[in-house]
Design a protein around this ligand. Structure first.
Ligand code: IMP
Ligand code: MG
Length: 187
């Protein structure tokens, strides 16, 4: 490669301030999974909202298994941010689940509860399709940003009104592979 414009963007970790490290996340998921296992039926259907929650969901599912559950899993792609760092204000469903939720206990899993539009949309959709119960679990809760009156039943950690990345969560499709949650430094 010659011109610098041809180079891929550098993955410079010194730009990122860690707010929750890998061990802290793993410990919290252990606690969450025990709580979920004591509240919900062991054959709960977990609906993972892609893409941001795929790593969280993978760790949560394994922790649930260790807590004695045998959850099933399906995936739905819903997005409101796209490549931007501001919510577009509308929720887009671009890939639906294939499971029938009728009369089943459902746990919707997302990475971040922000304005609440995404989780409210997913919860209403499952309820309207006849799910017996719909619980919700998010890794991060940005409570200060809420516009819809919704709270998650299970929350990993609170976060301030900052744009976070890592552990599956992206900024314009980057940083999903970081094993921790951090904030990209702007200055
Ligand atoms: P809501 O619909 O406004 O609650 O937005 C929730 C969705 O926005 C999450 O599933 C994330 O995909 C995305 N999101 C919200 N805050 C952040 C952030 O700080 N970093 C990356 N994505 C975010
Ligand atoms: Mg998302």
């Amino acid at each position: 490669m010659t011109g610098s414009s041809d180079k891929p963007m550098e993955h410079n970790l010194s730009q990122i301030d860690v707010i929750y490290d890998a061990e802290t996340i793993a410990d919290r998921i252990e606690v969450l999974s025990q709580k979920i296992a004591s509240d919900l039926p062991e054959d709960v259907l977990i609906i993972v909202i892609l893409k941001g929650s795929f790593i969280f969901a993978a760790d949560l599912l394994r922790a649930l298994d260790s807590s004695g559950m045998q959850p099933m899993v399906d995936f739905i792609t819903i997005w409101s941010y796209g490549a931007s760092t501001e919510s577009t204000g509308t929720v887009n469903l671009t890939r639906d689940i294939t499971e029938d939720v009728r009369d089943r206990a459902v746990l919707v899993v997302d990475d971040i509860l922000d304005t609440g539009r995404t989780l409210a949309y997913a919860k209403n959709l499952m309820t309207s399709r006849g799910a017996k119960t719909v619980h919700t679990c998010v890794l991060l809760d940005k409570e200060a940003r809420r516009e819809e009156p919704i709270e998650a039943n299970y929350v990993g950690f609170p976060v301030e009104d900052v744009f976070v990345v890592g552990y599956g969560i992206d900024k314009a499709h980057r940083f999903r592979s970081l094993p921790f949650i951090g904030v990209v430094r702007t200055s």
